[in-house]
Write a protein that binds this ligand. Structure first.
Ligand SMILES: Cc1cc2nc3c(=O)[nH]c(=O)nc-3n(C[C@H](O)[C@H](O)[C@H](O)COP(=O)(O)OP(=O)(O)OC[C@H]3O[C@@H](n4cnc5c(N)ncnc54)[C@H](O)[C@@H]3O)c2cc1C
Length: 419
């Protein structure tokens, strides 16, 4: 029995490793069109900044030796023929499979035409190119296109190295979150780091010495579509909670698939490594004959923006309104720990459905503890908790870590007063 996996990074190698764990006899072949496998793209901004030396996790040799997983790089799959259980590489070679996992990821929107150095920040190769460029040039003027998390991380990494950064964001919001208050807070913060933010503006074509393009992604779903595999409403591959596609014996996971949003119950395409690894694991388990399920996501993310932790989960007030909820929200700014332990203000917002009291989303912005706090809200969203159930959660307290009323509980209290 042969399992073939297309894509050799997060979802693909999680899938292959899980399949091997469940079935020691399975023949497993991973096909990767690039030359890098098994690396943490999430570390790219820190690699650029000089904080991380190498992003590789395991080598192809490690997979061959330790996991009996064969990996072929420079193996570009151009088509899949489900009726023959066969795929074709760009050179014309045909490879048969019994089970197939598509983990082809996503690709960045093309950068603008410009007669100056333009970079994306998506693959390890992109990171190396940009790092080499920075090493060879003195800091000058850089333009970053895109105010999503990759654009913000790139802007910070360049600023840290002395570049004068102008950040263009076409929409009026940062981080793709329809949340005016959050954007206003970040605008003020970026100003203190002397990042020139042009909100609501496209890249102006001026002379910059370097351009980083981070204007969004598209799922790599074309091979699947051409093979007759169903895509979802988001344009990514539709899968069941077992990560099965519409074609028999073909699974998919990672940035190329859409998942169920557990707050709205509707399909959503959120390209993040956190899901890619978990859903890959589920695909691998099922492809090897197991029975694993991935329930869906609540849209949790966190990013560092010039020293500030910005964490989001569920729906913003605006998004919840667009989904048809009768929305009520409250925000509070409270100390994240005792002042004598360098306590700083953390801003929390919680959004709920007025009719049922059910929590719909939240955000946490603070120098410390944003990750832990957003995970509490994310857990509450998974469990469909109401605000009154959230208000007296038994959260940890000791002066070096948190105040006796955690900022989350302070905000929940404010929200309950409005409900
Ligand atoms: C700068 C940056 C920062 C990030 N930070 C975070 C973070 O902090 N937290 C987080 O959760 N996520 C983060 N992410 C997102 C995360 O890295 C991705 O969600 C994750 O890598 C997706 O994994 P994947 O395996 O689905 O796709 P990918 O990692 O894109 O891998 C897909 C692979 O498939 C290969 N492939 C595609 N088509 C073919 C084909 N036809 N034949 C053969 N091979 C093919 C590609 O070459 C690629 O190597 C970040 C991403 C970037 C770029």
């Amino acid at each position: 029995m042969r399992l073939v996996v297309v894509g050799g990074v997060a979802a693909g190698l999680s899938a292959a490793s899980r399949a091997r764990r469940l079935d020691p006899e399975l023949e497993i072949l991973v096909l990767e069109k690039g030359y890098d496998i098994s690396y943490g793209a999430c570390g790219l901004p820190y690699y650029i900044e000089g904080r991380a030396e190498d992003l590789s996790v395991y080598s192809a040799d490690f997979f061959r030796r330790e996991r009996k997983i064969e990996i072929r790089t420079a193996a570009d799959v151009v088509s899949v023929l489900p009726t023959r259980r066969e795929l074709t590489l760009s050179g014309g070679e045909r490879i048969t499979y019994d089970r197939l996992i598509l983990a082809t990821g996503a690709r960045p929107n093309p950068p603008p035409e410009a007669n100056r150095p333009v970079f994306c920040l998506h693959t390890f190769e992109d990171g190396r190119r940009l790092k080499d460029f920075l090493g060879e040039h003195r800091p000058a003027r850089a333009a970053v296109m895109g105010g999503g998390y990759i654009g913000l991380e790139a802007a910070e990494a360049l600023r840290t190295q002395g570049w004068r950064v102008t950040l263009f964001q076409e929409s009026p919001y940062l981080l793709h979150r329809a949340d005016a208050e959050l954007t206003a807070l970040l605008v003020a913060h970026l100003k203190t780091f002397r990042i020139d933010l042009r909100l609501g503006q496209r890249y102006d074509g001026s002379r910059y010495d370097l351009i980083v393009s981070a204007t969004g992604l598209k799922p790599n779903a074309e091979i699947a579509a051409a093979a007759g595999i169903e895509l979802g409403t988001t344009g990514a591959i539709r899968v069941s909670d077992r990560m099965e596609t519409s074609a028999n014996g073909i699974y998919a996971a990672g940035d190329c698939v859409e998942l169920t949003h557990l707050v709205t119950g509707r399909p959503v395409w959120i390209a993040l490594g956190t899901h890619a690894n978990k859903a890959g694991r589920v695909a691998g388990a099922n492809a090897a004959g197991g029975d694993a399920r991935f329930p869906g996501v609540v849209g949790t993310s966190i990013v560092r923006v010039c020293g500030l932790g910005v964490a989001l989960t569920g729906l913003s007030t605006e998004e919840a309104r667009l989904e048809g909820f009768d929305v009520i929200s409250a925000s509070a700014s409270a100390f994240d720990k005792a002042k004598y332990f360098r306590g700083r203000r953390t801003r929390v917002e919680l959004t709920a459905d007025r009719r049922t009291g059910r929590l719909l989303g939240g955000s946490v912005i603070g120098e410390d503890g944003a990750g832990g706090r957003i995970n509490v809200i994310a857990t509450a969203l998974h469990r469909r908790m109401r605000v009154d159930e959230f208000e007296y959660l038994d959260l940890a307290y000791a002066p070096p870590f948190a105040p006796v009323y955690d900022p989350l509980l302070v905000t929940a209290h404010e929200l309950l007063k409005k409900l």
